[in-house]
Ligand binder design. Structure first.
Ligand code: GP9
Ligand code: MN
Length: 660
């Protein structure tokens, strides 16, 4: 690869030297900026190496454009491209100083949405030493102006130009492969901009973001309003009549959602071989304690967006996407989400989560959903003892959340997202006395420990709510967000469940996650209705006495007599109260045995239809063509997560409170 560049030993007269100096300067500068200006959280040697390595491919690629040309044009272009990349890097630094985040194409093009907050304060964010960000570009310019390098009239031969681009691509492939070994599905799951910058670099992130943006805009542009009529009709004609025994029974009450990280239903009422209950508090709730209803046949329906997909369904009653997280890819869409609806009914809407706000692109998506406040990691004491994996452990998180909750104007609609029962599970010494299981698989064994810790945290939370006089006027919905133990752990899971092996039928059945709904003054107990995450919003809305017949939603009220017990999954599986469709086969739920495929046809058709319609809505941003009666879209410009979230909202930043 280097051969074409070795033909002349005199570097000053070598037509390649200036290019390599430019690459080297940009590379080193970018690395220094990463280390000094951003907080990228490098946690192992591989990440440290990739942080150093990742600017190289983009430096070669972009500066390489200059070497296609000769003479003055080549030199000028080299300086120009170097200056533009430096400027982009610097713009990110300034943006990061304020937002703790990187610039995306959508923030850059929609100044009103996010950058509007920055407004006149840009100057205040600049510092005198910032000129140093351009020092290397200036050195390049001086080298050129004073003709330090000669032989510019000579064109690079095709092989040399070619080598630059091939090297850039090859280096990128090596970079990406190493990143994937450390963080699988880095690009398909796109969890966090921070991660992509850490692994692939600030410039590559922009390319990636631009490609995503073009793709998403093309889908949006192809859609038109006529696509919407059929879907609205479908949604309305499938509206399930509310059950009068539940309709409006929680009218005007507060709502608290708790996302139970990775909790699967098999853990509820489970006893380890030595007799220990894993989730004693939630088991009591399942028996009806504290006016709580437990849905034992409830399933997660998430795709690659995991926690965020579950949130997406809860708020919208739309399905997540089959490829990529809707939170990352469709955050700028029009939504008619629960927070916006609740806001119109006089509710304050808020999210509390002990991780940074850019994770899963939450800060952007929450605005589109209409959440008025977002208490993220910044509001929690993130010391090492309190944190694990992505952020706060559940107990300190819930303890520190209580004052924020109590400080809200009632009624409120609040979501709390738990974290510590996340892969690879287990807790630190001192967090718990609960010993892990003993099934010969560390993830499975440790799962029981962190699930038990979460159970204790939830118990503590219920007590705190009681003490704060909130338990009797608050609906609490707690749901497992997605599976925690994948099929890679089937061998140990077979032992856990006392089975010889985990069959495809068992796999589908294991996608059950717990759903608890605490409704003050209502009788609790276990309910066997089949349903999925997409059904929660209509269930809650009916409890609050809010009519959503006019809204586009693909779930239905779990308490309704007309609720259809059909649960579609993003991988094409379907579970109903009688059958399980998976792997191209149909199984009877009662026997677990295969039955004739014809039994599944009807359900397969319905599931496919609903997923298709939902995809059309999300990919085509179709809700922009439709407005349910009385709905006022959230005013994103008024929502600001960068101000002090503990301050009362005034009329000026109360998003969409037109109809009370
Ligand atoms: C991070 C949390 C975990 O903020 O939501 O994400 P997951 O990996 O479970 O989707
Ligand atoms: Mn999760």
């Amino acid at each position: 690869m280097l051969k074409p560049f070795m033909n002349k030993m005199n570097t000053r007269n070598n037509k390649y030297t200036l290019f390599f100096i430019a690459v080297l300067l940009l590379w080193i500068k970018t690395y220094v900026v990463y280390l000094t200006q951003f907080n990228l959280g490098v946690s192992n040697n591989m990440q440290g190496f990739l942080l150093f390595f990742n600017p190289l491919s983009s430096a070669l690629l972009f500066l390489g454009i200059a070497v296609i040309f000769k003479g003055r044009t080549r030199q000028t272009l080299l300086i120009l491209i170097h200056a533009l990349l430096s400027l982009w890097l610097y713009a990110n630094v300034v943006y990061y100083r304020f937002f703790n985040d990187f610039i995306t194409i959508s923030t850059a093009t929609q100044s009103s949405d996010n950058t509007g907050d920055l407004g006149g304060s840009v100057l205040a964010l600049m510092k005198p030493y910032d000129v140093l960000f351009f020092a290397d570009t200036m050195i390049l310019a001086v080298l050129v102006l004073f003709h330090v390098f000669k032989s510019d009239e000579e064109r690079w031969n095709t092989r040399a130009v070619f080598s630059v681009f091939v090297s850039a691509i090859m280096i990128f492939i090596v970079n990406l492969s190493l990143a994937e070994t450390d963080r699988p599905e880095l690009l398909t799951r796109t969890f966090d901009r921070n991660y992509i910058v850490k692994y692939l670099g600030a410039y590559n992130f922009t390319i990636y973001d631009a490609i995503q943006n073009i793709h998403s805009n093309a889908q949006r542009a192809r859609a038109d309003s006529s696509d919407m009529n059929e879907i609205v009709n479908y949604s309305k004609s499938n509206f399930a009549q509310p059950n009068p025994n539940y309709y409006g029974k929680a009218k005007g009450m507060n709502v608290i959602y708790v996302s139970l990280e990775s909790l699967q239903s098999f853990a509820i009422n489970y006893r380890l071989p030595d007799g220990r209950e894993v989730t004693p508090f939630m088991n009591a709730l399942a028996r009806g304690a504290d006016n709580t209803i437990y849905f034992e046949n409830f399933f997660h329906q998430t795709g690659s967006g995991k926690t965020s997909d579950a949130e997406f369904m809860m708020e919208n009653s739309l399905f997540p996407l089959s490829q990529g997280p809707a939170f990352s890819m469709k955050a700028d869409n029009t939504y008619q989400a629960a927070p916006a609806i609740m806001n119109q009914h006089g509710y304050e809407t808020v999210v509390l989560h002990g991780n940074y706000k850019s994770f899963w692109n939450r800060d952007k998506m929450y605005k589109s959903l209409g959440f008025e406040r977002f208490f993220d990691a910044k509001y929690y004491d993130m010391n090492t003892e309190n944190t694990k994996n992505y952020g706060m452990k559940d107990k300190p998180f819930l303890t520190e959340s209580m004052p924020y909750l109590s400080g809200l104007k009632q009624p409120f609609y609040a979501k709390l997202i738990l974290l510590s029962n996340h892969f690879p599970f287990g807790m630190d010494k001192g967090d718990t006395d609960f010993q892990p299981g003993d099934f010969g698989d560390s993830a499975v064994d440790n799962y029981f420990q962190s699930a038990n810790y979460m159970d204790e945290a939830v118990k503590q939370f219920f007590n705190d709510l009681k003490r704060a006089n909130l338990l009797d006027n608050t609906v609490i919905i707690m749901y497992g967000d997605h599976y925690g133990l994948s099929q890679n752990h089937n061998e140990a899971m077979a032992k856990v469940l006392g089975k010889e092996e985990i069959t495809p039928f068992d796999n589908a059945q294991l996608q059950r996650v717990p759903l608890f709904i605490h409704i003050p003054k209502m009788a609790g107990g276990t309910v066997s209705t089949y349903g999925g995450q997409v059904d929660v919003r209509p269930t809650l809305m009916n409890l609050l006495g809010i009519n959503t017949r006019d809204y586009v939603q693909f779930g239905s009220d779990l308490f309704s007599k007309e609720h259809r017990q059909i649960v579609p999954f993003r991988n094409g599986d379907v579970v109903t109260d009688k059958y399980t469709l998976t792997d191209g086969k149909v199984y009877s739920n009662k026997t677990g045995k295969e039955v004739d495929r014809s039994y599944g046809e009807r359900y397969e058709k319905i599931a496919k239809q609903e997923l298709d319609y939902s995809d059309k809505v999300v990919l085509g941003d179709l809700l922009r063509f439709y407005k349910p009666k009385g709905f006022v879209p959230p005013d994103k410009k008024k929502i600001n997560y960068n101000t002090d979230q503990t301050q009362p909202l005034n009329a000026d930043n109360d998003a969409g409170s037109a109809e009370k």
